[in-house]
Ligand binder design. Structure first.
Ligand code: NCD
Length: 309
């Protein structure tokens, strides 16, 4: 069903297709040995024009655990991009060598553009983050984490906190959650880092999702089933002064958790800079390292689906 498909923005896959992926990820988690030959003979290319730890390494770990192999670059300086090669030529070349391409790029729309250079091949392109736009496989990770640790996705009040303007993980998750029943969203950010209007009109209002905006985390803490913390995206700021002023807008710590529900989930796509105090890591509600592990399972499910069946 997903064989040969690109994944550029999260809504490229229907809700049902995502559920198929989550079921497969669950099977993989329960019995990984069943899948260890699934991608034997296939090659994954990871092309990272921006830094990454979890996304790149979990994709590579996923491919290796499926019996496949990986090639690529972790930073463009070690590729011919440093000599001035354009995206079109890089993609056309890599498409000669690999069976699936995962790319992260600082430019919004770069992943979509890449698909125009692979369209005569059967090679899927997966967007691992395009600027401040989308990050669909982080959304698959986030939703699988909620599904596995909460039992279902739906009837939840989700607080998004931090840099909602530039945070691509927030854009993709809010967009996708708006397809589920009974979701309320609370957007918690400084005024300058509010959720973009295009998301409000194209996703939230269109789907009649109930949402509110505030700059006060403590005020809404007790209402939340999920608190999705994010890092202020330094690399997207036009000047360092603004970043320095806004970077510590929210620091979650034990005191601030006082009014949180006992079963609230704290999620974070990571990396964390300063926005969650390390002392919270032992709180059973801190789920971000489990989330990082689900990222590998869902990427195994995704790679095996786009490559085989
Ligand atoms: C996120 C990203 O790259 O957008 N990281 C990730 O993939 N887990 C979040 C971030 O960098 O802040």
């Amino acid at each position: 069903m997903l064989k040969g498909r690109n994944l550029i923005k999260p809504l490229d896959f229907s809700k049902e297709e995502m559920e198929e992926l989550f079921k497969r990820a669950e099977e993989i988690e329960n019995d990984p040995s069943q899948f260890r030959e699934q991608c034997r003979g296939n090659i994954l290319a990871t092309l990272f024009f921006e830094p990454s730890t979890r996304t790149r390494l979990s994709f590579e770990a996923a491919m290796l655990r499926l019996g496949g192999s990986c090639l690529g670059f972790a930073e463009p300086g070690s590729s011919s991009v440093a000599k001035g090669e354009c995206l079109a030529d890089t993609i056309r070349t890599v498409a000669c060598y690999a069976d699936v391409i995962v790319m992260r790029n600082p430019k919004e729309g770069a992943a979509l553009l890449a698909t125009s250079y692979t369209k005569d091949t059967k090679i899927p392109v997966i967007n691992a983050g395009d600027g401040g736009h989308h990050h669909p496989t982080q959304t698959l990770t986030d939703l699988l984490t909620i599904r596995q640790l909460r039992g279902k996705i739906g009837n939840l009040t989700v607080g998004f906190c931090g840099d909602l303007k530039f945070g691509r993980t927030v854009h993709s998750l809010a967009d996708t959650l708006s397809r589920y029943e009974g979701i309320k969203m609370i957007f918690i950010s400084p005024n300058e880092l509010k959720i973009p209007d295009f998301l409000k009109t194209q996703a939230l209002k269109k789907n009649n999702v109930s949402f509110t905006e505030t700059d006060n985390l403590e005020e809404v803490m007790g209402d939340l089933d999920i608190l999705y913390m994010t890092r202020v995206q330094r690399e997207r700021f036009f000047n360092e002064e603004d970043y320095l002023r806004l970077k510590d807008s929210y620091i979650l710590n034990v005191d601030k958790m006082a009014t949180a529900k006992r079963d609230m989930m704290i999620l974070h796509p990571l990396p964390r800079v300063n926005e969650i105090d390390l002392e919270l890591d032992d709180d059973p509600r801190a789920m971000y390292f489990k989330q990082a592990k689900y990222g590998m399972y869902v990427r195994m499910a995704l790679l095996s689906s786009v490559l085989s069946a």
